[in-house]
Unconditional design. Structure first.
Length: 557
């Protein structure tokens, strides 16, 4: 389950960029390369540089799947289906059969400039009108990488449950979101989504009862495809967006030192291995991100983002989530979106997990399963509204439990405990673990409105690099855009919240014994690479929060 949860949000994105996909032969699953229906891996890079609406692998797949990989995945997926229901995989849509007691997987169907791997319910019929769930992949991740190589069988499980007794059925689809570099938010991809829903309307699906769900890039597409900017002929009734970008203008504005995985975005956009570096012609703060969102103006980009178009989510079920230490996007961006939904009186469910990076939130996933199970039985389901706080007991692989249960029972907290809504936002901080001399960094702290805070960073001699103190306002966060010191060195951080010291070891970064490592930013002569910066599996360099110490369960190095 852990592996499924990780891959649904596209953590393969990092590996895919660090190790380019090599041309493979002998695959058994459609890649549409070198012609539609073929099974050789397509080149991972089609264009020297993408342009808005035109990306690599729009209707091809860069990952060939071997027989052994196919058979292993089918065995795993079939075990997750209700008893008596078979599992069939097809490479051609024309081979799909109506009325058979099997879940059918149709691989990499090209529709108007994107590919969709469809999952059809048992006893599927073109005459039916069942709900349709569309899930965009994480950034840089193809359908074959996510499903066949990444073993993300989440949609199989959802369709399998919906195929059981008393259920109407559910059609689900993995989408490559318009290509390798695409964020899925260009007009070309929107039109492909519209064409997909037109297609399923003729083949057993109800485009007026659509569901969008996904994480990372897939979380952003879940929101934007639900918003439906082109007002195409479908209606998303429920959207489940985990760890999504909600303000695309920030992609070109935030420091790749504090949010290291943004460096991979620059590499993906340009196909240049050094594009993450300050000073690169297409690097941070320069032209290039416009290829993803159609503009290099941050204000225009935000206006085309979920936060700028949030009013179109009115009347829909909305469930969103993220961790406090995400290496792609600042927490304050997500909190601003959460507040925007509240301002618009849009009922929504929000989960925030302390000590967690770019990893699926378990409460979010539970709500997705609960909703699809209910609606495919013809029952209403409203996820509990409000903001819910969880904590990851031992990042990155620890169990997620409600924060209220953790504060009561500590490490013995029950992950199934009912979470309490509207808890106070605890103190959190986002800072770089490594920096290059004189380069831009972001420092961001968040907490309850009205609470006081302070932070500072000093070297061993007591020389101060930066400091700030104040009181949190309604925006819940305070941030500073500063430069790293002009000479190498180590700078130790100190924090207070409401007059109390937050130990700098209250961080998800751990030693081998599970103890939190003290928050120290090391400044070197050269800019570190994204892989050096990442603080651990899917976590930013250094995140500090009020409760992630776990000192009672650790041992000294």
């Amino acid at each position: 389950m852990r592996k499924i949860v990780l891959l649904i949000i596209g953590l393969l994105f990092i590996a895919a960029l660090a190790t380019p996909v090599r041309a493979q032969t002998g695959g058994v699953i459609t890649t549409n390369y070198p012609k539609p229906g073929d099974t050789s891996a397509a080149p991972a890079v089609r264009l020297l540089a993408p342009k808005y609406g035109d990306y690599s692998n729009m209707e091809t797949d860069p990952a060939a799947v071997s027989e052994a990989e196919r058979d292993a995945l089918l065995s795993k997926a079939k075990a997750e289906l209700p008893a008596g229901i078979d599992l069939v995989t097809l490479n051609k849509w024309d081979d799909a059969k109506e009325g058979i007691n099997a879940v059918q997987i149709v691989n990499n169907l090209p529709i108007a400039g994107a590919t969709y791997t469809l999952v059809l319910p048992a006893n599927w019929s073109r005459k039916n009108k069942v709900p349709v769930l569309l899930s965009g992949n994480g950034a840089g991740v193809s359908n074959n990488q996510r499903f066949w190589k990444g073993s993300d069988t989440t949609l199989i499980r959802l369709v399998g449950t919906a195929s059981g007794a008393g259920h109407t059925g559910l059609i689900a689809a993995y989408s490559n979101a318009g290509g390798t570099e695409s964020q899925g938010v260009d007009d070309h991809t929107y039109k492909s989504v519209g064409a997909f829903f037109d297609f399923v309307a003729q083949n057993g699906g109800d485009p007026q009862h659509a569901i969008t769900a996904g994480g990372s890039r897939g979380g952003g597409t879940a929101l934007m495809w639900a918003i439906n900017p082109l007002k195409l002929n479908y209606n998303v009734q429920a959207v489940f967006a985990d760890i999504p970008p909600t303000a695309y203008g920030l992609l070109s504005q935030r420091s790749v030192l504090t949010y290291p995985n943004l460096g991979y975005i620059y590499i993906a956009v340009t196909h240049l291995p050094d594009a993450y570096k300050y000073g690169s012609p297409f690097g941070p703060g320069k032209q290039g991100i416009g290829a993803l969102i159609g503009t290099n103006d941050p204000t225009e980009a935000d206006a085309k983002s979920p936060i700028g178009l949030a009013e179109s989510l009115k009347g829909k079920i909305v469930v969103i989530g993220r961790g406090t230490h995400d290496p792609f996007f600042p927490l304050r961006e997500f909190l601003a979106f959460d507040r925007r939904l509240t301002e618009l009186t849009i009922t929504h469910t929000t989960v925030i997990t302390l000590g967690q990076g770019h990893i699926v939130n378990s409460f979010w996933l539970q709500q997705l399963f609960a909703y699809t199970d209910a609606v495919t039985q013809g029952k209403p389901y409203q996820p509990p509204p409000g903001r819910f706080l969880y904590i990851n007991l031992l990042p990155p692989d620890g169990t997620q439990v409600p924060l209220s249960a953790y504060l009561k029972d500590g490490l013995q907290a029950d992950p199934k405990a009912v979470p309490a809504a509207n808890l106070e936002l605890p103190f959190t901080a986002e800072i770089p673990v490594l920096a290059g001399v004189g380069l831009p960094v972001d420092v961001s702290v968040c907490g309850k409105p009205g609470a006081t805070f302070s932070y500072s960073a000093t070297d061993a001699s007591g020389k101060e690099w930066t400091k700030q103190d104040g009181t949190f306002g309604a925006e819940e966060c305070a941030h500073a855009e500063i430069k790293a010191p002009d000479s190498p060195g180590e700078y130790a951080w100190t924090f207070t919240y409401n007059g109390k010291v937050i130990p700098a070891t209250f961080t998800p970064r751990r030693n081998e014994g599970g103890c939190g490592l003290p928050a120290v930013t090391t400044v070197s002569l050269n800019q570190p690479s994204p892989s050096e910066l990442n603080g651990g599996e899917a976590s930013l360099g250094f995140g500090v929060d009020q409760y992630s110490a776990q000192e009672t369960s650790c041992t000294a190095p």
